[in-house]
Design a protein around this ligand. Structure first.
Ligand SMILES: [Zn+2]
Length: 381
């Protein structure tokens, strides 16, 4: 018989009250007020992209100044992961990481143009990719949720182990001391009140063989980890952003196991604090799930990828949702965050190559969105 055990969430008593108070004044995206036409139509205009390496910093800053700033972008989610020279945990650095001085150059450029930065470290899931184990589990294999699955044997997807990416065990007693130190250091280096924890495509959670998680409710395990990270940030007046897929019921909606959850995590949507910012990614079809998140009381941005037609329809949906909603719902529809899933330097090359005849690509989609943002600002949309 399956045993259901409640995983206690770490908000209790005075700490809970303090978190709630901080949540109300939580900085970043929620606090923006409309100051011009585009701010009122689409408050958040973002790009999510991997951070450049040290040699790519100058080119990336030029891209920010020449492309993003004139198109009124105001948010940059930078996937840093282990590519920063962490002082708190130097053992987790990639080779050739960004230095503090590198980061400060990006910070200065973004500040000049009113662009907020949310550095991202993939937490919980995405601790491996294909045959490569990420630095956290490589250095601390005791945090592995599924140590019986050998990453080096990854045969491709699908496979009998259900291995896509490894996860850390959210109930391991030593993992958060390290994770919190990394979050503190990266948000301090980027001088920001926003942190993106990834948390997408978490397939390994509550594994039956994990001595801590086995038998627990997966929605409660997922919500417990979101809440733990959120509370750590909220105590410093900072805000958590996550990808939204684990919070959507993939079976009932038909959205499936990637852009939604087929592993019973979706009830977490009702268990997490309401100030978590949801990045709702849908790449092949403009699913209307922002309405679901907003109706749950969560701020949401829609996140397209490499199909321009889908991206433009998602943009149009977001504008319509804001227009057609009650005052209570309207401001939870925050905007659109474009995603780029190739290396930073490679992306910049493809952006400026502007290949003729291309119908789908990260670069083409971003160019189309940049045109659209300029049209919104100019009153043409
Ligand atoms: Zn576990």
């Amino acid at each position: 018989m399956k045993t259901k055990t409640t995983v206690s969430l770490p908000t209790t008593g005075l700490r809970s009250l303090l978190c709630a108070l901080l949540g109300l004044v939580c900085l970043g995206l929620q606090a923006q007020t409309a100051s011009n036409r585009i701010d009122s139509i689409l408050p958040v205009r973002g790009l999510s992209i991997s951070a450049p390496g040290p040699k790519g910093i100058d080119a990336f800053i030029t891209f920010i100044e020449k492309e993003l700033a004139p198109a009124h972008f105001n948010l940059l989610i930078l996937r840093v992961d282990w590519g920063y020279a962490y002082e708190s945990h130097p053992e987790l650095r990639d080779e050739n990481p960004l230095s503090r001085a590198d980061v400060k150059k990006i910070v200065a450029a973004c500040r000049k143009h009113g662009i907020e930065i949310a550095p991202q470290i993939n937490l919980l899931g995405h601790q491996s990719w294909a045959k490569k184990t990420g630095n956290l589990l490589k250095v601390y294999p005791q945090f592995d949720e599924t140590p019986h699955v050998i990453t080096e044997n990854y045969p491709g997807w699908p496979n009998p182990d259900g291995l896509y990416c490894k996860s850390y065990c959210p109930l391991h007693p030593d993992v958060h001391k390290i994770v919190f130190a990394l979050i503190d250091e990266i948000t301090e280096a980027f001088e920001t009140k926003l942190f993106h924890a990834g948390m997408d495509e978490v397939f390994y959670i509550g594994d039956a063989r994990c001595p801590r998680c086995g038998g627990h409710d997966k929605a409660e395990l997922f919500a417990g980890e979101v809440t733990r990270l959120r509370n750590h940030l909220a105590l410093q007046g900072k805000r958590l952003m996550i990808w939204g897929d684990r919070l959507i019921d993939g079976k009932t909606t038909g959205i499936g196991e990637w852009e939604a959850s087929l592993n019973n995590t979706h009830r977490a949507v009702d268990l997490i604090p309401k100030d978590v910012f949801v990045c709702d990614w849908h790449y092949d079809r403009p699913d209307k799930t922002p309405v679901y998140f907003a109706a749950k009381g969560l701020d949401v941005a829609i996140c397209p990828w490499r199909k321009p037609a889908v991206a433009l329809e998602e943009l149009s949906d977001m504008i319509a949702f804001r227009k057609g909603s009650t005052p209570e719902m309207r401001n939870r529809f925050r905007g659109l965050i474009a995603t780029v899933w190739m290396g930073n330097e490679g992306f910049l090359r493809s952006y400026y190559e502007n290949k003729a005849g291309e119908t789908e690509s990260d670069a083409l989609t971003l160019r189309k969105l940049i045109e659209a943002f300029k049209k919104i600002d100019g009153g043409a949309i």
